[in-house]
Design a protein around this ligand. Structure first.
Ligand SMILES: Cc1cc2nc3c(=O)[nH]c(=O)nc-3n(C[C@H](O)[C@H](O)[C@H](O)COP(=O)(O)O)c2cc1C
Ligand SMILES: CCCCCCC(=O)C(=O)O
Length: 374
């Protein structure tokens, strides 16, 4: 008999990663892990956190730690969101249904990818049903958009997300073309038979041509410009965030195009190799946005977040929230919904401890002076 997995024995995100890796096929593991080309940016994302040390305060009452904050005008339980990631069914048969439940039960925001392996409507229903059990402050549910050359399909995705009650549209802007992930090339990565990108059923799936390649080369629109963002703005009531911004001037253009925020991100090092680490890009994006005094404009960061102290540092530099990518896939691989919940519990627990030890009882007290160069 197989012993049920005791998730309490996994104390860190790294513990989950170590256990999850051998469960995956080489092709899927390669797809999850990979950065682009020499993986310089993938490594830089982690290294950027080590450049900062926490300048903790003493003798502050930290008897109660409050991780609540506000995102797009709503109170949320914590400044953590699940990053949009493709093909969760590669990790677990229940795919995005399990990961969204894990997030909802942990009162954590969730971003559904355009290339999810479950329909965006089912993910929404699952998330909301799981959330109802939890009495805490609401967790946001957003939809990430990849823009299809066929703008009818793009419009339909936006309309479906709107109708399904997604609260924001996250337009990914750092994928004009796919970055070259060497493991994927060597493994000729594609989706296994029977697995589909459930929201893009127009694309040849399960046929002769490998799906992943078919979409990336045939359907994904490389001609996206600022004008398109302005057009999307007119198509939906959802606030729009641009994901993949690393420059101050682009953040200012995002404001001009009507965006409500940006995700400072280099796609987890999977796109332009040698791109700036996302944490390194964060201060200049914030500085640019502050110069415009654009009240309520949200700046979120992702890339390499593996510890609660990483979240603390991102918040101290001025991010409103963080998105977590690969660790979610490790939890999902190991134990579906419960594994995702365990990852989020670990990260939130570590953030809470870091806040207590640093003398920051609430998110507002995690200010810039809490960091010094390491
Ligand atoms: C396997 C995988 C699939 C991804 N798929 C998407 C996607 O569909 N849409 C998107 O905007 N970003 C996607 N990303 C990027 C993540 O949203 C996020 O930016 C990145 O993973 C953050 O870095 P981290 O994994 O180091 O936490 C993907 C990342 C990974 C690892
Ligand atoms: C060109 C669109 C396919 C993207 C696949 C998902 C993704 O973003 C990734 O990093 O992989």
């Amino acid at each position: 008999m197989i012993e049920p997995l005791d998730l309490s024995t996994f104390l860190t995100v790294r513990d989950l990663e170590r256990a999850a890796r051998p469960q995956l096929s080489p092709s899927t593991l390669g797809y999850f892990l990979s950065g682009a080309d020499s993986q310089t940016t993938l490594r830089a994302n982690r290294r950027a956190f080590r450049k900062w040390a926490i300048d903790y305060r003493i003798l502050v009452d930290v008897g109660r730690i409050d991780t609540r904050t506000r995102l797009l005008g709503r109170e949320v339980a914590s400044p953590i969101l699940v990053a949009p990631m493709a093909y969760h069914c590669l990790a677990h048969p229940e795919g995005e249904l399990a990961s969204s439940r894990g997030a909802a039960k942990s009162s954590t925001g969730y971003v559904t990818s355009t290339v999810a392996t479950m329909p965006l409507e089912r993910i929404a229903t699952e998330f909301d049903a799981a959330k109802a059990v939890d009495a805490g402050p609401s967790a946001p549910r957003w939809f990430q958009l990849y823009v299809n050359k066929d703008r009818g399909i793009t419009r339909s995705l936006i309309e479906r997300a709107d109708a399904a009650g997604y609260q924001a549209l996250v337009v990914t802007v750092d994928v004009p073309i796919m970055g070259r992930r060497l493991r994927d090339v060597r493994n000729a990565f594609t989706l296994p038979p029977g697995m589909v990108a459930a929201n893009l059923t127009d694309v040849a799936q399960g046929g002769k041509e490998a799906y992943h390649h078919a979409y990336a080369t045939g359907r994904h629109d490389s001609s996206l410009t600022w004008r398109d963002i302005e057009t999307f703005r007119t198509m939906t009531r959802m606030p729009i965030l641009l994901k993949g911004v690393v420059r101050g001037d682009d953040a200012l253009r995002a404001i001009d195009a009507g965006a409500s925020g940006v995700v400072v991100s280099n796609h987890g090092g999977r796109q332009l190799d040698s791109a700036i680490a996302s944490l390194d890009a964060l201060p200049r994006v914030l500085e640019a946005v502050a110069s415009r005094q654009s009240a309520g404009f949200e700046v979120i960061v992702d890339g390499g977040i593996r510890w609660g102290t990483d979240i603390f540092k991102a918040l101290a530099l001025g991010a409103r929230a963080v998105m977590v990518g690969r660790p979610i896939l490790w939890g999902l691989t190991l134990a579906g919904e419960a594994g995702v919940a365990r990852v989020l519990q670990i990260l939130r627990g570590e953030l809470t401890s870091a806040m207590a030890l640093a003398g920051c009882p609430d998110i507002a007290s995690i200010t810039r002076d809490m960091l010094v160069r390491a």
